[in-house]
Design a protein around this ligand. Structure first.
Ligand SMILES: NC(=O)c1ccc[n+]([C@@H]2O[C@H](COP(=O)([O-])OP(=O)(O)OC[C@H]3O[C@@H](n4cnc5c(N)ncnc54)[C@H](OP(=O)(O)O)[C@@H]3O)[C@@H](O)[C@H]2O)c1
Length: 312
């Protein structure tokens, strides 16, 4: 049997790097086609690996994308950018996959479950919903199978100040609602390992749910105290209804400034439980032993945990 060939678009990004590392260590026969608009940014150790071939292709160059996708058994899209990239760019990549008869496409999601959200309810999730619909249409025509990996929030993101749950520089946690609502999380390295498993598992399609932990803001604060020996404050911000009002006001004040309102959007959909995952697929890939929040905190210092999203 020929080795699986895995095409990874957005090959210079963090998820792509983690997925590649996982594939190379756990599936030594797998071949990787790394697709990047700037392949010179790919670290030399990856670029020169015998199993890796890099291809220069912009998201809007079908011919170059097709060359890079030729012979692939699956394409993993690791794009992260504006709505045009996440929707039109992914559609062009899916079309190129279909033209090259790539049987499966793993969408650039790694998300909370965006399916219950209405369009506009969380603007960053709209392209994911459109890509899901596009893949379903193509799947009905028998052209390709769509795969969506869901994992709640990355653990690294929860500790970043921009998300709004905690400011580690001030040892301060912020609780909308009661503080007991659970947040669903998984560490990026574990999500990458699950995605590598999904990539070589030709039978995996549709939505797959993976989690490392579920913790409330109060529980996060307690773990922070236990691991770092510092008692943080927990500031009550108001009810979830008041969060809804704050979210709308922040968006309407500056709709183009994603950075000022994204944390409120994420907090509302997570704390309300609306985007919680269904039954988990962790057991399908038993080789991945996910870390919980406590283990994650112990891997970082108090000074570094808030910036852990930028480490890769
Ligand atoms: N659940 C969560 O908490 C969470 C948090 C963050 C991200 N995510 C998900 O993780 C995935 C990727 O995140 P990441 O952190 O790996 O992103 P990243 O490190 O920013 O990488 C993004 C990739 O997209 C490429 N890209 C950006 N604009 C492009 C364009 N116009 N044309 C072609 N390529 C372009 C970048 O290429 P260049 O190097 O050339 O710019 C890079 O390879 C996304 O699916 C995102 O939804 C989930």
């Amino acid at each position: 049997m020929s080795p699986p060939t895995i095409a990874i678009a957005g090959f210079t990004g963090k998820m792509a790097r983690l997925i590649t590392a996982s594939l190379l260590s756990t599936h030594p026969h797998a071949l990787i086609h790394g697709i990047a608009r700037s392949p010179e940014k790919v670290p030399a150790a990856i670029k020169t690996h015998k199993n890796v071939t890099t291809f220069a292709a912009s998201a809007t160059d079908p011919a170059a994308l097709r060359t890079a996708l030729r012979g692939a058994s699956v394409c993993i899209c690791c794009y992260l950018g504006d709505a045009a990239l996440m929707l039109d760019g992914q559609k062009q990549l899916i079309d190129a996959c279909i033209a090259e008869r790539v049987p499966r496409y793993i969408a650039s999601d790694w998300s909370l479950d965006f399916r219950p959200l209405a369009l506009g309810e969380h603007p960053a999730k709209d392209p994911m919903k459109h890509v899901q619909a596009y893949l379903e249409e193509k799947e009905r025509e028998g052209k390709i199978k769509g795969v969506h990996v869901l994992n709640g929030a990355f653990m690294e993101v929860v500790w970043a100040r921009f998300t709004g749950f905690v400011d580690v520089e001030r040892d301060a946690f912020f609780a909308w609602g009661t503080g007991d609502e659970k947040i669903e999380v998984a560490a990026m390295g574990d999500v990458a390992a699950w995605t590598a498993g999904v990539a070589v598992d030709g039978g995996a399609s549709g939505f797959l749910n993976f989690l490392g932990d579920r913790k409330s803001v109060k529980e996060l604060a307690k773990l922070y105290e236990d691991v770092y020996g510092v008692t943080p404050t927990i500031e009550n911000k108001g009810t979830l209804e008041e969060l809804e009002v704050a979210k709308k006001a922040a968006f309407e004040a500056d709709p183009g400034n994603y950075n000022v309102w994204r944390g409120l959007f994420y907090q509302l959909v997570m704390l309300s439980g609306k985007t919680n995952l269904g039954p988990l697929d962790n057991k399908r890939y038993p080789m991945v032993e996910p870390k919980n929040v406590e283990a994650f905190l112990k891997e970082h210092t108090k000074e570094s945990v808030g910036k852990s999203i930028f480490f890769f």
